[in-house]
Every structure is written in C-alpha cells, then in structure tokens.
Design a binder for this molecule. Structure first.
Ligand code: C2O
Ligand code: CU
Length: 554
C-alpha cells in the first residue's frame, strides 16, 4: 500500500457563471476541486490550509475510516472547524472501498464549492471485474448559486423560512449552453470512436436528486458508492446527492454528430417549488476527428425523464444488485440484534423568542430535530465529557408507522430539538427501516447517508412499511451496498449492516436543507474488547472548539 500526500488550499476564488461574477471558497482554485487517486488499501494525508474567512471541515464521503473517526470530518460531530488561518491534516485510510467516491466540506453549506472526486483503483492482481476500459472520464454534478449561499442560508434559518434554491446545476463546474452566458464554457468530453470509457459520476448537488443521460449512448452501471454492482444497462439513471456511480460508456455512435450529456432535477413532489425544468445542466460529448457542423446543435437525450416523472427513479434504483461473486462476496447480516424504525419528516419547531411564540421550519428523524453541540460528540464521548449529548434517540415500534397517510390521526407537525443519539454494541447486526412521511403536508425523497459504513439495501417500497409482509420481500442474496440510499417519498427503505467500525458516525439526509433543519442523528458504535477493535488514539492536534471557529451554526 502506498502513502500519498496532498495540500488543499482553501481560498476565496472568483468565478463567472450565468453572466455574473462572485467569489467563493474552493480548493486549489478549482471547481470541482482536485481528484484524489489511490489504489485500494492506500493511505492519504491531506493537509487542509484554511485561507478563507470562516471555519471549515472536510469529509471523505464513503471512506470507512476504520477506527479513525477523528478524520471523518462532520463539524461538531467528529471535530470542530478548522479556523480561518489555520490548518489540519486528515488521515484517510482506504480499506475495502473500490470505485468512485468523493470528498466535500462538511460545515454549513460550504460544500457547494468545496468538493471533488476520489478514485479508488483495484489492486493490480485483481483488476476490474469487467474488461479494462480504454479511458476514464470524471463528471461531477453540482449546484450553482449566484449569491453567497452561506449568507443566504444563515438569513433564511434566522427567519425560520425556506433555504435558497440554486440558480442552476453544473457539470464539472459549468451550466452548459442552455443557460445564459454559458455557451463558450460548456464542458466538453472528447471520445475516440470505438473506445469504452469508465465514467465516474458524482452527484455533489446540494438539494436535488438528478436524472442523468447521454444522447444516443447506453449507460452500463457497474459500480456505486465504492462497491461493484451487476451490470445494469440503461438509457438514463437517477443519482442522489452523495451517491457516486461507475458507468461504462462505449463511443459507438456517429462521430459526425455531437451529443448532449444532460442532468435534470427530479422532484416529483413539489412541482410548485420546482423552477428548474428548463435548466438542464449539459455537457457535450464529441468524437475526436468527427466532422460535425458547428451550426447544428448537439442531439438532446430524449430519454432524460422530465422532473415530474417519478417511476424512472424508483425503477432504476430497484435494478441495482451487488456483484456478489468470489472476489466481491456479499455478507448480509442475518442475526439482527438491533432493529430501528425511523421516520423522516418535515416539521415545524415551536420556540419562545422574547415572550413571543414563534415557529420555524424543521426536519426530523423520529420527530427529533438534531442540534449540533458546541463541543464535538466524538471528543465528548472519548473524554467522557458530560452534558454534550443524550443517548435517548427514540426507537418506535412498527405500529408507529401510521404517518404516510395524509389523514394520519395522531401525528403532530411539531418536533422537539435535541442532541439525542443511539449507542450500538461493537459488532452487533443492525437493521434500520426508514419510513418517509407526509407530516406537514410534505413528502419527498430523502437520500439517507451513513458515515463510517456501507450498508446493504435489503428492501424498498412505496406506502407504509408492514412488519408482517415487508421482510418477506427482502433481498438477502445480492442486495446492493451503498453509503447513501434514496428513501422514496411516501415509501420506506430497509438497510442492514454489521457495527464493526467503532466510532462516532453521523447519519443524515444528504439534502443540505434537510440537514440544516435537523434531519440527522449520530450512531456511537462502542469499542470491542481489544485495542485492535477500539477507536484509535486521537491525533496530537485536533482543531479546538472555540467561539470563532465557525461563522454559522446550523
Ligand atoms: Cu456526503 Cu455527511 O456526507
Ligand atoms: Cu431529506
């Protein structure tokens, strides 16, 4: 295994998009930021130099970081922010991940600019479980805000209202030529006729699941979230924020045409708040040496579903299965000792302000809206500091699942706020069933993400989870392994994992507006009996938790 060193310089940098300029925090001057490229089992040290104006942390999304939550990154969960003007070195240890992952800021909404791809190559001896591709392409999907997103978010949260909508989506930093002032800069992907490319796709958008397609070209999905899947051939796919996919694309169409690569928001629930349908983010795929007429516009992917279409998302997701072969075995936990039932809701939180009763928008898991403490949970746990969190995250019996009906009798739209988390024993086998609700008349998909682990998605469905029949349909043979799964709107998803990685691990919806409103909680996985099954010693330096370490407390 090799050890790599990177310097990440975080700095305000000027960008012009949609005919206007602004400065935003990015890494090493680029959007998306640098690619971290490793071979399975390597270790990477990233020294983050914060030359910006406010505190930042970085998370290595999908990297399990065995026994080393100290380098996981979420602010106030495993560390306090790296203050402006200071630096911190992360140690990122790759174990069993293979494929595409990504890194991003994990403090307020800074990840809008601070993110990039991680490529984990297989060992030379094993290689890919598919024919060696002729080339590689990385496409990072993102959100663009014309204003200063952190300022806008802070104001909106202060008012208790909705958070800002992005002004467009971007592919490798560019909106594409359907959007104003974007013609020249449209991202171009150059291919050679007859070659097969491994496309590494990352959804770094802040709040949107996205449909993705390439005109006239099939997508063969072979991996996701750093694990291999049985090849799925499709003309379009849906990818949630947080997810990454490995896709084979063969350049087998006429080299004398050009082809749009398109990403489009999928938000079946709230077309009233969806002002994006006309804003397809596009890139252009063109063939080297192809003699196309530049006056003729590229072919548009007619197979890109419209934002109102819901079923293509669910259909695609349900086709994903683990590769499950000799080199990549499946190990689904079967002796479940902890079962959790967790509802994900939109809510109000009611509070007193100067004697007035006020309400603000909130999100919750089991009707608790997470509040970040002022000292990180990991430090409090490791050093036995009391008063930072409580271990009473509620666990409801299945009959609590009366939420999805719009007329559910006993629901309340109000949540409680708190730093309530769940403690698990080392190595126990865990099943969690998530149920999407329509509380507060709201329902949409929630891309649920767990730090420190990948989990098996054993079941998924629409409507209420039924404890009698739901488990009968579980796939325990080749369920896909993910670190982020879309909880379908008004539906449920069941996941399983073995709690073999001791630490403090954040669990949250990967839509930043829901994360800001409290749709997160923490799992503490206790140590095993030996030093080798216990959390590692903290590094000699962790950023201190001080009042000026962050500008915004979400
Ligand atoms: Cu992509 Cu909590 O992270
Ligand atoms: Cu959500």
């Amino acid at each position: 295994a090799t050890v790599h060193y990177h310097d990440f310089i975080l700095k305000e940098t000027n960008f012009t998009r949609l005919c206007s300029s602004k400065s935003m925090l990015v890494v090493n001057g680029s959007l998306p930021g640098p690619v971290i490229r490793v071979t399975k089992g390597d270790t990477v040290y990233v020294n983050v130099h914060n030359q910006g104006d406010y505190g930042v942390t970085i998370h290595w999304h999908g990297v399990h970081q065995p026994r080393n939550p100290w380098s996981d990154g979420p602010e106030y969960i495993t560390q306090c922010p790296i203050a402006a003007g200071s630096n911190f070195t992360y140690e990122i240890s790759f174990s069993d991940e293979e494929g595409t992952l990504w890194w991003h800021a994990h403090s307020d909404w800074t990840r809008a600019g601070v993110h990039g791809a991680i490529v984990v190559m297989p060992n030379k001896e094993t290689g890919f479980p598919f024919p060696q591709p002729d080339g590689e392409e990385i496409l990072v999907l993102g959100s663009w805000y014309e204003g200063d997103v952190n300022e806008e978010v802070a104001e909106d949260l202060e008012d208790g209202g909705d958070t800002p909508r992005s002004d467009c989506y971007i592919i490798n930093g560019q909106p594409g030529d359907f959007l104003p002032c974007s013609n020249e800069s449209t991202y171009r992907w150059q291919v050679d006729y007859g070659k097969t490319y491994l496309l590494r796709l990352v959804n770094a958008a802040m709040n949107a699941e996205l449909y993705f397609a390439i005109a006239e070209h099939n997508l063969t999905v072979v991996g996701m979230d750093g694990s291999y899947v049985k090849p799925v051939v499709t003309s379009s796919l849906m990818i949630t924020p947080g997810q990454t996919m490995d896709i084979l694309v063969t350049a087998n169409q006429s080299p004398h045409d050009r082809y749009y690569v398109g990403a489009r928001q999928y938000d079946s629930v709230r077309p009233d708040v969806t002002d994006y349908d006309q804003t397809n983010a596009t890139a252009i795929l063109e063939y080297t040496g192809g003699s196309y007429d530049p006056a003729i516009s590229p072919i548009f992917p007619t197979n890109l579903p419209s934002y109102e279409e819901y079923s293509p998302a669910l259909n695609f997701t349900s086709r994903l299965k683990s590769l499950a072969n000799h080199d990549h075995p499946v190990n689904v936990p079967k002796n479940i000792t902890t079962r959790m039932y967790i509802t994900a809701s939109m809510n109000n939180v009611v509070f007193e302000d100067d004697g007035d009763t006020e309400t603000a928008l909130a999100s919750s898991l089991n009707n608790v809206s997470w509040l970040n403490p002022s000292t990180d949970v990991l430090l409090a746990y490791y050093r036995n500091i009391s008063g930072i969190y409580t271990t009473d995250f509620p666990n409801y019996p299945p009959d609590f699942f009366n939420f999805t009906a719009d007329t559910a009798p006993d629901y309340t739209t109000d949540t409680v706020q708190g730093t309530k988390l769940k403690v698990l024993e080392y190595n126990e086998e865990v099943e969690i069933v998530f149920q999407g609700t329509t509380v507060y008349d709201a329902s949409e998909d929630h891309p649920m993400h767990l730090h420190g682990y990948t989990f098996y998605v054993v079941g998924m469905g629409l409507g209420n989870f039924d404890n009698e029949t739901g488990p009968l349909g579980y796939n325990l043979v080749d369920p896909p392994k993910m670190n982020t799964v879309s909880l379908p709107k008004k539906g449920w998803v069941a996941i399983r994992f073995k709690a073999s990685n001791p630490g403090v691990w954040l669990w949250h919806c990967h839509l930043d507006r829901h994360l800001s409103w409290g749709m997160d909680t923490v799992l503490i996985v206790k140590n095993g009996d030996t030093p080798e099954t216990s959390i590692r010693e903290p590094p000699p330096y962790m950023p201190p938790c001080t009042a000026d370490s962050s500008t915004i407390r979400l």
